[in-house]
Design a protein around this ligand. Structure first.
Ligand SMILES: [Zn+2]
Length: 412
């Protein structure tokens, strides 16, 4: 394989991906005005439904503009040997190969963040604001950006730094050391994310004693589910959208409810949402998800280990001297079709899990209350009621509202 062939392969993969994503978006948009199914017809009044239509269309236009701009930028950057330029800067800054690699990746990461920041800003303060979702302030928005940047750099720097040190010691065998390292890190994060990272962004307070807490605990103990940690998070400081999630294992397991969820749903609906989350735990979805993501990471690292020492990869980007960081960039471009497939599989699995958790909530608590909670949440977030099946297949980690309601109804 020549370096020229690899260059055109990268361009081909990028263009293919762009065409696929844009076609899926267009297909999905073609159904924005489709007839609502029987069970969803009375969800909105006319005015609210028109508002939800406008919201979908605006997000579609914005997303399309963003992806056209981003593919153009990447192609221009590739054609003008931008990666070679960044590589030179990194070599001028440091002599140590590990530091060269880290600074190269750091510059690319920072560049990506700088380009996406205005889009995030527009999305939050124009689109989300116009539809009444945004509650964040400018100050909070930029503070969030800075904090996430710092965390990504600190954690990413440590993990990548360790992998680079291992690579310089053992060469292409590095992959399974890296795999163990990433596995330990993911497990640790799943366990302590709520204690270490969330407090940097949000306030979490234990759910106060009262009707809601006692109904949640009644349900949990009827399921033999030891649940001490029920927290309320102040999601309302950024958005009106509501959510609930489950994290951790063993003694660290906790349920986090958004304050917006408590405001929007009644007690029985909240317990039904919680029953869905307990279902994920009881059906071992949390462990299974972690396991699946570890398998796909291991597979990716293994494939990467075959390519890493090929000088032709670096040469494709106009860089003579092969290196870990340039190999990584080329590999991440070329891996896109494989990650498309693994993404499809994980989304499929996730949708199966969602049905199972819904079934669990239906059989152990109440399918009717879960249905009414899902309807309220979907209405509140103006979510798309008529997604194209192809779009659902590629992108949805949850089944559409229509399918979930139908499933709950059939089981009751
Ligand atoms: Zn779920």
């Amino acid at each position: 394989m020549t370096s020229e062939f690899i260059f055109y392969l990268i361009v081909g993969v990028l263009v293919f991906n762009f065409i696929l994503e844009t076609s899926l978006d267009c297909l999905n948009a073609s159904r924005f005005d489709a007839q609502l199914s029987e069970g969803l017809r009375n969800l909105y009044d006319k005015e609210d439904y028109l508002k939800s239509q406008a919201y979908k269309k605006e997000k579609f236009k914005f997303g399309t503009l963003q992806s056209i701009l981003s593919i153009t930028l990447i192609l221009v950057f590739l054609s003008f040997e931008g990666f070679g330029f960044v590589n030179e800067i990194a070599h001028r800054l440091f002599d140590n190969p590990t530091l060269v690699s880290l600074s190269f990746l750091f510059i690319l990461f920072l560049g990506g963040e700088l380009i996406s920041a205005p889009f995030d800003y527009y999305f939050t303060f124009r689109i989300e604001e116009r539809y009444g979702f945004n509650t964040s302030t400018q100050r909070l928005f930029w503070l969030d950006k800075l904090k996430s940047l710092f965390i990504a750099l600190a954690l990413g720097g440590i993990i990548l730094g360790l992998i680079l040190i291992i690579y310089s010691a053992v060469g292409s065998d590095f992959w399974w050391y890296a795999w163990i390292l990433i596995a330990l890190f993911s497990f640790f994060m799943n366990m302590f994310y709520a204690k270490l990272i969330v407090p940097l962004f949000n306030k979490q307070t234990p759910l106060e004693e009262g009707e809601l807490r006692s109904q949640i605990q009644d349900y949990a103990s009827s399921m033999n589910f030891n649940l001490k940690n029920i927290f309320v998070i102040d999601g309302s400081k950024r958005s009106q959208k509501a959510n609930a999630y489950f994290s951790g294992f063993g003694n660290e397991k906790r349920i986090t409810l958004f304050d917006t969820l408590i405001k929007d749903l009644d007690i029985k609906e909240i317990v039904a949402v919680l029953a869905h989350e307990v279902g994920h735990y009881k059906k071992h979805h949390i462990i299974l998800n972690l396991f699946v993501s570890l398998i796909s990471t291991g597979f990716m690292l293994w494939i990467f280990s075959f390519f890493i020492e090929e000088p032709v990869l670096s040469q494709a980007l106009g860089i003579e001297l092969p290196s870990f960081h340039v190999g990584l960039v080329v590999f991440s471009f070329l891996y896109a079709p494989i990650s498309l497939v693994t993404g499809l599989l994980t989304n499929y699995l996730s949708r199966v899990f969602e049905f199972q958790a819904d079934d669990f909530a239906g059989s152990t608590y109440s399918g009717d209350h879960l249905s009414s909670a899902l309807r309220k949440l979907s209405k509140k977030s103006l979510s798309n009621l008529t997604p194209h099946p192809a779009y659902v297949f590629f992108h949805f980690s949850h089944p559409s509202l229509k399918e979930r309601l139908r499933n709950l109804k059939n089981k009751s």
